[in-house]
Design a binder for this molecule. Structure first.
Ligand code: HPA
Length: 268
């Protein structure tokens, strides 16, 4: 596995002419428009990158984009791989391993999620302060010791310095922020009412079907992480979950998330 990751990183390196990305970005459901505004230098379809799985879910493009945002060198995943699509956890997290090998200094992750915290509203941005993993752990199996330790520490999983910086930016820019614990489930079902209540009881503020595997792998490789959830529905209300709605709410809040990400990148 580690050989395959290195091979893919080398394949990319041979094509990006020394363009070393400073920041990795993963764009979630409905948030991919941001990628279209990157000053792109090198764009790869996932299907042309050796070792990459293919993206199948609606609303996700499958492109890895190298370019500049606010003058900084970034690499962005426009579309990610979800466990519910049938990929193994190794496939889900493969691109993050590759981005880490390419030298990113931090990883920005975003997702659409269902609000559990009753004070949250549809369209809110939630900075992820911690997570509860209810998916299989992507590090199960032989440890790739050259990448990180067998038993990685998960304190400060979501970098406190980056959270503090985002808080200051949001205040200055008038962007409303929520803070909370992201519960990562497998999907693809949205939760039952009993499950939303259960997630609230165990300390969750929002629930989604992604992010946690990528974050665990980034932390395994000691990459600092900044995570944002767009609250696309409120689980404890009577409304039902709907993928079209998730995409629409994602796009609406996406502009605010983009502003926050841009300002964050400026200050790195
Ligand atoms: N549950 C799980 N994943 C989600 C939800 C939800 O309510 N909304 C958007 N992604």
């Amino acid at each position: 596995m580690s050989e395959e990751i290195k091979k893919t990183a080398a394949w990319i390196e041979a094509r990006i002419e020394g363009f070393r990305p400073e920041v990795g970005i993963v764009l979630g459901t409905g948030l991919g428009d941001f990628a279209d505004r990157i000053e792109a230098r090198y764009v790869f379809e996932y299907k042309e990158i050796p070792g990459f799985p293919l993206s199948t879910v609606e609303g996700h493009k499958g492109r890895l984009i190298f370019g500049r945002i606010e003058g900084r060198r970034v690499v962005a995943m426009q579309g990610r791989f979800h466990y519910y699509e049938g990929y193994t956890m190794r496939q889900v997290t493969f691109p993050v391993r590759v981005m880490a090998l390419l030298g990113i200094g931090c990883l920005f992750v975003s997702n659409a999620s269902g609000g559990i915290n009753p004070t949250f509203r549809v369209g809110d941005l939630m900075l992820i302060t911690d997570h509860i993993n209810l998916m299989p752990n992507p590090l199960i199996g032989p440890n790739m010791a050259e990448f990180g330790p067998r038993f990685p520490d998960m304190h400060n999983c979501y970098d406190k310095t980056l959270i503090a910086r985002a808080t200051a930016i949001a205040e200055r820019e008038g962007i409303k922020l929520q803070y909370g614990v992201y519960v990562g489930g497998t999907g693809p079902t949205f939760e039952t009412q009993a499950e939303y209540r259960y997630f609230k009881t165990i300390g969750g503020d929002a629930v989604g079907m992604s992010t946690v595997p990528e974050v665990i792998v980034a932390r395994h490789m000691s990459v600092p992480v900044f995570g944002v959830s767009v609250i696309t529905n409120c689980g404890l209300s009577d409304e039902v979950g709907d993928h079209d709605d998730v995409q629409l709410q994602g796009r609406r809040a996406g502009a605010r998330m983009e502003r926050l990400f841009r300002e964050m990148i400026k200050t790195l």
